[in-house]
Design a protein around this ligand. Structure first.
Ligand SMILES: [Zn+2]
Ligand SMILES: [Zn+2]
Ligand SMILES: [Zn+2]
Ligand SMILES: [Zn+2]
Length: 261
């Protein structure tokens, strides 16, 4: 009888428990359960029951969005993009080979996509919800580290190439695979995708390293980039990212960046 009165341990939440997402700040990377994109966004929604996380912009996706004009006024005439559960390609599409890739970051879209059909030339345009938020739409604007641009030269300071690995080459350079314009006065650029890659690596490096804080209290961040590029530029981008985008409560002067190939 006594044993019957012993309370059972708190049961694991069952499926019918309602999910409750709370907006909080974290120091780790995550994969958004809505758009399936791995991301450095330190502020996001997370549910304690199922441990799933969502981008701020993915917590409640609109059925249709009106994009801001974007770089080169690409979307000047009020382009309305509609939400699709997967990137959409019409059967008569003239860009079948790259329609499933996000025009902003150039990466394959795994789940939700904002879609637009250019009827004049039968082209299907898809983009990640997070990338649409980078351009800005309606009330939604995701903070950007630098100005966005559509440009193919010079090569990206992170990957050392005109396009990041995984982005299709068939898509037009004046429209596809955008980058950030660095403020170094030298016309340098970093792909939107590569910037994200850098942020993700930085956060992983901080978390995974057991002794990331050295004896003098400085933090070591190890970045692996694909080409032997100017380390000073990348070091500067990372330190700005710590302040502006990753928003870590860390003094950027206390960061030591090391690079491995
Ligand atoms: Zn949940
Ligand atoms: Zn998302
Ligand atoms: Zn994208
Ligand atoms: Zn790149």
């Amino acid at each position: 009888m006594a044993t019957n009165s012993v309370p059972t341990p708190t049961p694991k939440p069952v499926a019918r428990d309602p999910c409750k997402f709370e907006l909080k700040k974290y120091k780790t990377v995550f994969t958004c359960y809505v758009c399936m994109v791995e991301s450095y966004d330190t502020e996001r929604y997370r549910c304690n029951h199922c441990d799933r996380a969502r981008h701020k912009c993915c917590i409640q996706l609109k059925d249709a969005i009106q994009l801001k004009p974007g770089p080169n006024l690409t979307f000047i005439n009020g382009f309305t993009f509609t939400l699709k559960p997967k990137p959409h390609t019409a059967p008569d599409s003239r860009n079948q080979e790259w329609a499933d890739y996000c025009i902003v970051c150039g990466m394959l879209i795994k789940h939700y996509s904002y879609y637009y059909r250019k009827d004049t030339d039968r082209k299907d345009v898809n983009m990640h919800p997070g990338c649409a938020a980078l351009i800005g739409h309606d009330g939604e604007v995701k903070p950007r580290p630098y100005e966005l641009q559509v440009k193919e030269k010079p090569n990206c300071v992170w990957c050392g190439k005109r396009r990041p690995q995984g982005a299709p080459w068939g898509a037009p350079a004046d429209f596809f695979c955008w980058s950030y314009k660095l403020t170094d006065g030298k016309n340098n650029r970093i792909h939107v995708h590569c910037y994200s890659e850098m942020g993700i690596q930085a956060l992983k490096s901080i978390v995974q390293s057991d002794d990331y804080v050295s004896g003098d209290g400085r933090i070591n961040i190890i970045l692996k980039r694909s080409q032997n590029h100017d380390e000073n530029i990348l070091d500067k981008i990372l330190k700005e990212a710590i302040k502006t985008v990753l928003e870590l409560a860390v003094d950027p002067t206390q960061i030591i960046t090391s690079f491995i190939d």
